[in-house]
Design a protein around this ligand. Structure first.
Ligand code: ZN
Ligand code: ZN
Length: 323
């Protein structure tokens, strides 16, 4: 018990006041929105559902696979729409998202990882957003080159309008659309299509950093903690195939197989856009994995066991208690 009180005091000293109160407000608004759902028209609920899914593409296809990893190239109209959808998803500017994500890949599960899962579920899920960054994260962030992302006008203009464009697109725009086109009460739109939809989207995204780093299989890289997690893939438009993704971050599909074997709507969208010539130069890692698999199978034939990742702090503690 004393250990947990000391840990709570340690984190309280590091609280980021603006983000802490913002996240608290977002949760209160999102939960209040639940009580307004019965008052909403069917059109409003349908719009909330569709917007919740499509704005997720602004993160998965846009900020993640296009801008952070450069795993494919896209036309200006596609990039423009992805930027607007990214604003609706409202997870900080694309520039900041890309910087944190590149740092996460470069320093996975070390003190320089912004949402280091070695610190446990709560920290990697949301705790990292509530406190000031660790000094190692700051140093790592300053060393990451994101100049390529700023060359895109869409990223640049969003950064210039941050955070007002995102706040408008996330909370106000959906309410205006609903009240203008089908006469929904403005505050129903604000709370349900804005706040509640936003809160659900945030937690779904955060599960990639928490759930997919803590639970699942490691078929592609046994020494890497990020895992294959079908549940996370289901709630994040296909971002849960995280062992593959950390092994091959340049792969636009972020998974080994196609949609029929692994749930991945983001890959389907990219493939559809490619069919219409709006996306090109899609990179894949299946050839690299085929070589890795041959090497692993040879090792197994020679009786060399698969390597295993080091134990996490709480596993060491648990094992010590058992002994
Ligand atoms: Zn990760
Ligand atoms: Zn990534």
């Amino acid at each position: 018990m004393e250990k947990y009180i000391a840990l709570a005091l340690h984190y309280m000293k590091r609280i980021h006041p603006v983000l802490f109160w913002y996240m608290l407000a977002v949760h209160i608004l999102g939960i209040l929105g639940l009580w307004r759902i019965p008052q909403c028209s069917n059109e409003t609920l349908f719009f909330a559902l569709i917007l919740g899914q499509t704005c997720g593409l602004g993160i998965t296809v846009g900020a993640h696979r296009l801008w952070a990893h450069r795993s494919f190239e896209a036309s200006f109209p596609v990039r423009f729409v992805l930027m607007l959808l990214n604003c609706v998803a409202n997870q900080g500017s694309i520039l900041h998202w890309v910087r944190d994500h590149r740092v996460h890949h470069k320093h996975t599960e070390t003190t320089a990882d912004p949402h280091n899962a070695q610190n446990g579920f709560f920290f990697s899920h949301v705790g990292w957003l509530l406190i000031k960054k660790h000094k190692d994260v700051k140093i790592a962030g300053s060393e990451i080159d994101c100049s390529d992302v700023l060359e895109d006008w869409n990223v640049w203009i969003q950064d210039k309008c941050h955070p007002f464009l995102e706040l408008y697109m996330c909370f106000i725009m959906p309410a205006q659309v609903a009240s203008h086109f089908w006469g929904e009460e403005f505050w129903n739109g604000f709370f349900v299509i804005g706040a509640t939809r936003y809160l659900i989207g945030l937690h779904a995204t955060w599960c990639v950093n928490s759930v997919a780093h803590l639970f699942g299989d490691h078929p592609y890289d046994a020494q890497s903690y990020p895992a294959e997690n079908p549940f996370v893939a289901f709630i994040t438009l296909g971002e849960g195939w995280h062992n593959w993704h950390h092994k091959y971050p340049f792969d636009y599909a972020t998974s080994e197989f196609g949609f029929s074997a692994q749930f991945n709507p983001s890959k389907v969208v990219i493939d559809l856009l490619a069919m219409f010539g709006q996306v090109w130069n899609r990179k894949r890692a299946t050839a690299a994995w085929a070589m890795g698999r041959i090497k692993r199978e040879k090792n197994r034939e020679l009786g060399i066991p698969d390597p295993k990742p080091l134990l996490r702090p709480w596993e060491i503690e648990r094992n010590a208690k058992i002994q």
